[in-house]
Design a protein around this ligand. Structure first.
Ligand code: TLP
Length: 342
C-alpha cells in the first residue's frame, strides 16, 4: 500500500531530473569560496528576492538562527507571534545560541498588526530588555499556512523603522504566499532586513535554505554559519537541487494549494471535524477533532495509509505537496470519512 504522506511538505523526494542535476553539478570547496554551483544558487535567490546577497545553509532553522544571532546582542528581545516556528519548533535555539528573549504576541490567524507591535516595544529604560528584532512568518505554519497581507507588513515596517528595529522574515514558505497572491517575492522581501527561504519544503529539494540580506550582513552571517557548524565543502551537489527547484517547481505550488482547498472543503463537513476554512490559503489544513484525540486520529488514519501530524491534543495538520496528487487527496478524504464513521 502506497502511503499518502500529508505530514509535511518536507517529505518530498528528489525527482529523477533533480537527481540528475545533482549528479552533474560542478563543485568546489565552498568554505574556501570556490563552489560555482552554490554561488549561482545564492546569486539567483538574492536576485529573485531583490536582495544584495544570499547565504546557503543546511536548514531553515539554521537560517533563522543565524539571522537572529547576527542581528542581536545577548539579552535582546525579539517580537514574534505566539505560534511562530522560531519559538515552537526550533528547540529553544534563540535562547541557547543567542541568549535572546522571545516576546510573543497573539495574532489573528497568525497575523499580528502594526498596533500590536507598537504596544509591545519596550521603553528605553534601564530595567527593560532592549527590543531589537521583529520576526514575522509568511506563510504562518502553525496558523495553517496563512498569508501576511502586504499592507500589514508595510505598516509593521513603519513602526519597526521608527524604533530602529531589525525586520526578519521566516519565509520558509514565502514561495506559497507569492504563488497564491501573485505578489512579487521581492515586494515581500523589500520590507525586511533579512529573509530566510527554504528549498526543502514545497519546492521539492532534499536539503537547504538561503538567508538573504545586504552584502555586508551576509558576510557577517557567513562567519556565524561557521560558528554554528554549517560551513560545507562540495555543497554544490545539493545546491544543484535548489537551482533545479527554483527553475522548475515554483508554479506547481498552485496545485498544492488547490489540493489543500479540496481537503479543507471536503473534510470540514464531516461530523466531528472542525476546520477554519479562512486559514486554508495555501497548502496547510488544520483539523480539530471532537470525537477522538489527535494521537488516535493519527494512528487510525495511519492504519489506512494516510499520514498527518498531531499538533495539539485534538488537532492535526495536513500539508499538501508535489508528491501527493489530487486523486490521493480524494482518497485521503474517503479514509478520513471511514475513520470518523467508526
Ligand atoms: N517546519 C517543519 C517542522 O519543523 C514543523 C514542518 O514540517 O512544517 N520555518 C518554518 C515556518 C517552518 O515551517 C520550518 C519547518 C522551518 C522554519 C525550519 O526548517 P528546517 O526544518 O529546514 O529547519
Amino acid at each position: 500500500m502506497k502511503q499518502i504522506d500529508l505530514r509535511s511538505d518536507t517529505v518530498t523526494r528528489p525527482s529523477p531530473e533533480m537527481r540528475r542535476a545533482m549528479a552533474e553539478a560542478i563543485v568546489g570547496d565552498d568554505v574556501l569560496g570556490d563552489d560555482p554551483t552554490i554561488k549561482k544558487l545564492e546569486a539567483m535567490t538574492a536576485e529573485m528576492l531583490g536582495k544584495e546577497a544570499g547565504l546557503y545553509v543546511p536548514s531553515g532553522t539554521m537560517s533563522n538562527q543565524i539571522a537572529l544571532f547576527t542581528a542581536s546582542n545577548r539579552g535582546d528581545e525579539v517580537l514574534c507571534e505566539t505560534g511562530c516556528h522560531i519559538l515552537n519548533y526550533e528547540a529553544g535555539a534563540p535562547a541557547v545560541l543567542s541568549n535572546l528573549i522571545l516576546h510573543t504576541i497573539d495574532g489573528k490567524r497568525g497575523i499580528i498588526s502594526a498596533e500590536q507591535i507598537e504596544q509591545n516595544i519596550r521603553p528605553i529604560n534601564v530595567h527593560c530588555p532592549l527590543t531589537k528584532i521583529v520576526s514575522l512568518e509568511n506563510t504562518h505554519n502553525r496558523a495553517g499556512g496563512t498569508i501576511y497581507p502586504l499592507e500589514t507588513i508595510s505598516a509593521i515596517e513603519v513602526v519597526a523603522r521608527r524604533h530602529g528595529l531589525w525586520m526578519h522574515l521566516d519565509g520558509a514558505r514565502l514561495w506559497n504566499a507569492h504563488v497564491a497572491t501573485g505578489i512579487g517575492l521581492d515586494a515581500y522581501a523589500a520590507h525586511f532586513d533579512t529573509v530566510s527561504v527554504c528549498l526543502s519544503k514545497g519546492m521539492g529539494a532534499p536539503i537547504g535554505s538561503v538567508l538573504l540580506g545586504t552584502a555586508d550582513f551576509i558576510e557577517k552571517a557567513r562567519r556565524a554559519r561557521k560558528i554554528f557548524g554549517g560551513g560545507m565543502r562540495q555543497v554544490g551537489i545539493i545546491a544543484a537541487a535548489g537551482i533545479y527547484a527554483l527553475e522548475n517547481n515554483l508554479p506547481d505550488l498552485a496545485q498544492d494549494h488547490d489540493n489543500a482547498r479540496y481537503l479543507g472543503e471536503h473534510l470540514s463537513p464531516i461530523p466531528g471535524l472542525t476546520i477554519d476554512l479562512e486559514t486554508v490559503q495555501t497548502n496547510i489544513v488544520i483539523v480539530d477533532n471532537e470525537k477522538m484525540t489527535a494521537d488516535d486520529f493519527y494512528s487510525r488514519l495511519a492504519d489506512k495509509g494516510v499520514l498527518c501530524i498531531p499538533i495539539g491534543p485534538a488537532r492535526v495538520r495536513f500539508v499538501t505537496h508535489r508528491d501527493v496528487s489530487y486523486e490521493e487527496c480524494q482518497k485521503a478524504v474517503e479514509n478520513v470519512e471511514q475513520v470518523m464513521a467508526n
